[in-house]
Design a protein around this ligand. Structure first.
Ligand SMILES: *[C@@H]1O[C@H](CO)[C@@H](O)[C@H](O)[C@H]1NC(C)=O
Length: 628
């Protein structure tokens, strides 16, 4: 095996830097926002062990709203970036570019195992400039893919050293492989798949079996004619070690997600919840779609959920040939192998004298167009607005994209323009609850309460309906339940509709007895309705669900004041202050309270008691930034 030279490493690195230096000017977009900006696991104040208890977005794995993606080592590298440059995005992008260069060099090592010198180098060059990698390099959360690729390639390269010169088993590389696979899996879950590739390599490359040979040997053994040949026994032993370690990794992973699956809406993967044969046909259709993107990466899009890929209902749909073709594409779907066969063809071509120059020229053109496309594609990732508008050019049926352009405009307070995008989202996906909620919120921001209410009512009608007397069984995406809260918050502005608002909070609570926000909002309403003892119950319920929320203890204290129980109020103010010593409202009101109970009450303190609802801490329902 020819080694990789320094010259090649420098060339590859130079090429990667040339294609990606402009990504340093990009901000945090799309999933970066929840994984980096909103992720408290990046802050030095969060204990390190939390990284191993929380998911990729900083939510405890044990919570239902957790996405269940477990990538603690990737989060650890984000944390290093944070230590270095807080939330300035260029250091994060720089590290991604460096990691991509490392992946390219390892990929060249990998190709060297299977191909000759020049072919493998061409393959690595193509890999380095291919525009499809912008998702992983320019999107900061793509760090998970980069790290996982580094460790899985390293795992595979280690495995290739597990066969000694005298055909014995060398155990150190095998142990390294298992370790590196575990590391790759802690960077991103797909890392584990490399074990399959190691198994295939072992049987068909290292041992040189062909399928007929394999069946012949197995048949001989089954008929009892032969014992296992020594080489077969060796292979079996290695495979067993690999498979057992995979199983162990899978068991650990299942423990980590605590045997709960994440809650997805039916929009995340419409094919997965379709019936047979639509599901199978659509899944097969996805393979050629991916293969086509590799060959023709001119129309890249950052999100493929919702209506992007139409469901394939029958073989007579417009794409029937392609979906059968998809079965064959399975064989070449692994990107690297695909690339390899491509550059292999290039090699054969280039050996025929006259064609040689021609093929080098074509190759040069291909590399240049790819590099230019990659460089330009990076600009799309500059901001959320540019990213999602670029995606809409490729695909106008995905409501999430319309919603996200709307969110980008909403963040700039351009509500009128945002509204147009949210309305378009409801047109392309009329049953998208989140889109109707966005429309409602924007109307509310535009002070058009009547239209806002209409939008919320549509969203509510799309929720699974409760059957009286039956336990609510369907799992609802927690975000969608906010429609009850939003609608209630809207209509309680009208003093004659307080009962109606309370009804909505109670409905939300009946659907999700652990819906903290519903208790909190209901508590506020009940206070406004002059029902302090019921408000107290609501806050006590919310506190059962979240004991460490300073605002909740503070609100409870306000209820205590209302119920003329100053000593209890003081106790609860102090609990709030224990949890958050800088809780301004708690500091202020407990000071007032102590002043009042002092022998000479001042007139001033009396006045503050009147505007009770002003004193309630403000809760902002944390909306998931992605799509809703
Ligand atoms: C408040 O609600 C009542 C009853 O639904 C309605 O008649 C009235 O017009 C509403 N007031 C405002 C200001 O919207």
């Amino acid at each position: 095996m020819a080694v990789v030279s320094w010259k090649e490493i420098c060339l590859l690195t130079g090429l990667v830097v040339g294609c990606y230096w402009n990504s340093l000017f990009c901000g945090f977009v799309f999933d970066d926002v929840s994984a980096i900006l909103d992720n408290k696991d990046l802050r030095p104040t969060t204990p390190l062990q939390n990284l191993f208890l929380n998911d990729f977005w900083g939510t405890p794995m044990s919570e239902e709203r957790s996405h269940k993606s477990y990538r603690p080592l990737t989060v650890l590298t984000f944390r290093l970036n944070y230590l270095f440059s807080k939330l300035s995005s260029s250091s994060y992008h720089l590290l991604n570019v460096v990691l991509h260069a490392v992946v390219c060099v390892l990929f060249l090592h990998f190709c060297r195992l299977l191909l000759d010198r020049s072919t493998s180098f061409v393959a690595a060059l193509l890999f380095a400039v291919h525009p499809i990698h912008t998702e992983a390099v320019t999107g900061v959360v793509g760090r998970a893919e980069l790290l996982s690729s580094i460790f899985l390639l390293a795992a595979f390269l280690a495995y290739t050293k597990s066969k000694g010169t005298d055909h014995s088993i060398v155990w150190t590389p095998i142990i390294s492989t298992v370790f590196l696979v575990a590391v790759a899996t802690l960077c991103k879950e797909q890392g584990i798949t490399v074990i399959g590739i190691c198994c295939i390599y072992e049987v068909f490359v290292a041992q040189g079996f062909t399928l007929p040979m394999l069946t012949h040997t197995l048949l001989q053994v089954l008929r009892g004619k032969d014992g296992f040949p020594y080489a077969v026994l060796q292979t079996l032993l290695k495979l067993i070690v690999l498979i057992i370690s995979t199983l162990l990794l899978v068991i650990v992973r299942v423990q980590v997600i605590q045997s709960q699956l994440p809650v997805f809406t039916r929009f995340d993967n419409p094919a997965a919840i379709s019936s047979t044969p639509t599901r199978q046909l659509t899944f097969n259709y996805l393979l050629p779609v991916n293969a086509w993107l590799l060959l023709n990466p001119s129309e890249l899009c950052c999100d493929w959920t919702m209506g992007t890929i139409p469901l394939v209902e029958t073989l007579l749909d417009p794409q029937p040939q392609i979906s059968i073709f998809g079965l064959f594409i399975c064989l070449i779907q692994i990107f690297s192998l695909f690339l390899l066969s491509f550059s292999h063809g290039f090699k054969l071509l280039s050996q025929r004298g006259g064609l040689k120059k021609m093929s080098w020229l074509l190759m040069g053109i291909l590399l240049t167009t790819h590099a230019v496309k990659t460089f330009n594609r990076n600009w799309d990732w500059e901001s959320e607005y540019t990213l999602f508008t670029s995606a809409l050019k490729v695909n106008r049926n995905n409501a999430k994209l319309w919603n996200n352009v709307g969110h980008a405009l909403e963040n700039q307070n351009s509500y009128e323009r945002a509204l147009r995008y949210f309305l378009q989202a409801t047109r392309v996906q009329p049953d998208d609850i989140g889109a109707h909620m966005n429309v409602g919120r924007t109307y509310k921001n535009l002070n058009r309460s009547r239209e806002a209410e209409e939008a919320y009512i549509i969203a509510k009608s799309l929720m699974p309906q409760i059957i009286p007397g039956k336990k609510y069984a369907t799992r609802v995406a927690p975000n969608h339940l906010n429609v009850y809260i939003n609608l209630a918050n809207l209509i309680r502005a009208n003093d004659s509709r307080l009962e109606e608002a309370d009804q909505l909070y109670r409905q939300a609570i009946s659907m999700r007895p652990d819906f903290k926000q519903a208790y909190i909002s209901r508590g506020e309403l009940l206070l406004k309705m002059n029902k302090p003892s019921e408000a107290k119950d609501a806050y006590l319920r919310a506190l059962e669900l979240d004991h460490s929320n300073a605002d909740l203890w503070y609100n409870l204290a306000i209820v205590n004041i209302e119920m003329k129980d100053p000593s209890e109020a003081l106790k609860n103010f102090n609990r709030a202050l224990d949890l958050n010593p800088q809780h301004k409202l708690a500091l202020f009101n407990s000071a007032l309270l102590m002043q009042e109970s002092a022998p000479f009450p001042s007139n001033e303190s009396k006045r503050t008691k009147s505007s009770l609802s002003d004193k309630l801490a403000l809760y902002i329902t944390k909306k998931s930034r992605r799509s809703y």
